[in-house]
Design a protein around this ligand. Sequence first.
Ligand SMILES: Nc1ncnc2c1ncn2[C@@H]1O[C@H](COP(=O)(O)OP(=O)(O)O)[C@@H](O)[C@H]1O
Ligand SMILES: Nc1ccn([C@@H]2O[C@H](COP(=O)(O)O)[C@@H](O)[C@H]2O)c(=O)n1
Length: 212
Amino acid sequence: MNHLTIIAVVGASASGKSLFAKTIYNELIGELGQDSMTIINEDSYYKCQDHLPFEERIKTNYDHPSAFEHDLLKQHLTQLSQGQMIHVPVYDYKRHTRSKEEVVPVKPARVVLVEGIMLFTCPELRKRFDINIYMDTPLDICLLRRIKRDLQERGRDFSSVHDQYHLTVRPMYFQYIEPSRNYADIVITRGGRNRRALELIKAKIRELVKEN
Ligand SMILES: Nc1ncnc2c1ncn2[C@@H]1O[C@H](COP(=O)(O)OP(=O)(O)O)[C@@H](O)[C@H]1O
Ligand SMILES: Nc1ccn([C@@H]2O[C@H](COP(=O)(O)O)[C@@H](O)[C@H]2O)c(=O)n1
């Protein structure tokens, strides 16, 4: 297999990173084939917290680089670049820890899209990325989307979303995520449905896969 190309997508929580990556994947996979590309979500690498009671888990700062097991993500990227299969943990936002039984097998591919809030804070991860994308979505839009998503999909109530936002999500965004925009090669405005941006990245991926 030729050199693995890693495209990293970073931005605030609910800025549209997942939507952007999934749209590219869904629109290309039929055309380029199952082995052409894969998506890895940094959230899958949130640390296991089985050793902590639930009351302690809810106090964790999930918007800090130390909340992630970046070493495992690095190891997995190395394995993929060596043509090996990996087993990605499954994260449970309702229990604030990893699933005990479940892992997702991921096969090596020509292009890996990796998306997450803290990817650019880790120098060793940055060295692995070939193309750095930053989703520059206004924070008020992200907040509205986050409230809706966390209530509907992540088992939260309004009061917990409100308190977490003030305590960690917003301050950590200004401390870690916004400054990491400087590492971006491409800054995307208007979120995960920016059609021209999607087409540009799709064209690049087509070129990379067809080089093979
Ligand atoms: N451009 C958009 N218009 C409307 N809803 C959007 C848009 N982008 C994202 N969303 C919705 O907002 C929520 C968060 O988006 P997501 O892509 O999961 O963000 P992230 O991965 O950055 O946390 C999801 O429910 C998604 O469907
Ligand atoms: N137990 C957890 C773990 C993470 N979060 C929040 O998830 C956000 C990152 O994921 P996105 O899909 O939104 O990029 C991050 O801002 C954490 O606050 C959580 O609430 N609980």
